[in-house]
Design a protein around this ligand. Structure first.
Ligand code: MN
Length: 182
């Protein structure tokens, strides 16, 4: 809703009302808090995935792919710097990283993640259309766990997700690991 209140000789107030939306960060925190409270989680362990990508269509695609996987909390950043901050704050289980970002290059983001004591162990999967052999080798040398080319192949992405985020024990180190029968 857009409106204006005017009083002659006093001035005008222009106002805009927007519907409140739930932030993905808030949603991730809310879901994650539940299983640690009494340890009686009914769903599988929650995982946090951070996707650093400036293309809205690709972000939407990933949201759709993850729709049947409610145990995965998706955090998104459309700028490299924001992505770095989210990674430091939320310690995701896996980071998907686009190379062409509007503020800093994805390779710089990768280097900073690998240089940071709190983020160096988080697997980073680079997602880019720029998949020449030279580029792939370069990012793998910089510490990327895998390289996926665009457009994203859904099956290939799910395989990488399983490999790097699903099969790992929970990052909450002070919680006992789940038994094999869980
Ligand atoms: Mn991009």
């Amino acid at each position: 809703t857009i409106g204006v209140d005017t009083a002659v000789g006093k001035g005008s107030t222009f106002w805009v009302e927007l519907q409140q939306a739930e932030s993905p960060v808030h949603r991730a925190r809310g879901t994650r808090a539940t299983p640690s409270e009494d340890g009686s989680a009914t769903a599988g362990p929650s995982r946090t995935l951070l996707y650093v990508e400036d293309n809205l269509a690709n972000l939407k695609l990933l949201e759709r792919i993850l729709e049947p996987r409610p145990e995965i909390n998706l955090l998104t950043a459309m700028q490299g710097q924001v992505g770095l901050e989210l990674a430091r704050e939320h310690q995701p289980d896996l980071i998907l990283l686009d190379l062409q970002l509007p503020d800093v290059s994805g390779v710089d983001v990768l280097r900073k993640l690998k240089a940071g004591p709190t983020t160096r162990d988080i697997p980073v999967v680079v997602v880019s259309a720029d998949a020449t052999d030279g580029q792939v080798n370069r990012v793998l040398k910089e510490g990327a766990a895998a390289y996926l080319s665009k457009p994203l192949n859904v099956r290939e992405f799910l395989r990488v997700l399983e490999q790097h985020a699903d099969g790992r024990p929970s990052r909450d180190r002070d919680r006992p690991q789940r038994s094999a029968s869980a």
